[in-house]
Write a protein that binds this ligand. Sequence first.
Ligand code: PMP
Length: 325
Amino acid sequence: MIEAIGNTPLIRLKHASEATGCEIYGKAEFMNPGGSVKDRAALAIIKDAFARGALKEGGTVVEGTAGNTGIGLTLVAQAMGCKAVIVVPETQSREKLDFLRMIGADLRLVPAKPYRDPGNYVHVSQRLAQEMGAFWANQFDNTANREGHRHSTAPEIWAQLDGKIDAFTCSCGTGGTLAGVALGLRDLAQKANVKAPEIVLADPEGSGLYGWVKDNDLSVQGSSITEGIGQSRITANLDGSAPDHAERISDSEALEEIFRLTQEEGLSVGGSSGINVASAIRTARRLGPGHHIVTILSDGGARYQSKLFNPEFLKSKNLPTPPWM
Ligand code: PMP
């Protein structure tokens, strides 16, 4: 199972490429065994914990997550003879919660609270790990997360495009994917003696990171129905990664891309992938034709059936609905 994580295909996105005259690619992270990009972080964090002796066979991993990291950690933990206790805000999609229960995670739901509140899921998971004497994965500030992407996702992308990459864009939850891929691609470009690709942060409404990149201002406005992305602080994983540019993408723009990918390209993806593809298209328009741009297809659409593919829910939020429904 461990060996099945990573080495995902890089898929040329037809509409995005044809509309911009660039070659736009999505890394198919929804094909990981746990169904998301977070399998890589889970594997990197658990491997590092084993190497440091912080976790041993028979031990327990505790983590606070929007769901995908919990799924990855539970599966990797079980593959390595451990157990997982997963703390999730109760606002996350029913599909992710059901999946966690289905695979045997010890699931603890908590009310959604801001990070500054001691009842926030991240702080609850830290306290729980301390009380249990268990290993706390700490995906936001444990840089084993971004190191995993630096040494797997980045070299895979580089090899898949033979080093021909002008820009990379993705959204951030922990920032592990964006920062790890940025650091990895910058290392590889330096070794090859070529210009490093531009790193573009893709941010939903209700996140502070766009303002951080543009004006060094982390204040937050608006909100988003996307899950697992958006951040209002500089996590240890993001620290020192310095994106070159940022795009802020609305839910409507992301949904249009998700519906088009489904209907015209047979790719069923979740909300953050829509934000990512919309950002890749904006980046292509800004750079002009002839560029190679890579983004992340973070997870699959089935994880959000009751929200992103539910016309009643979408209408209640004044958002576009899937044209075929
Ligand atoms: N997309 C989805 C669907 C996620 O679950 C997450 C992680 N919470 C991300 C994107 C962001 O990834 P990262 O934590 O590496 O920034």
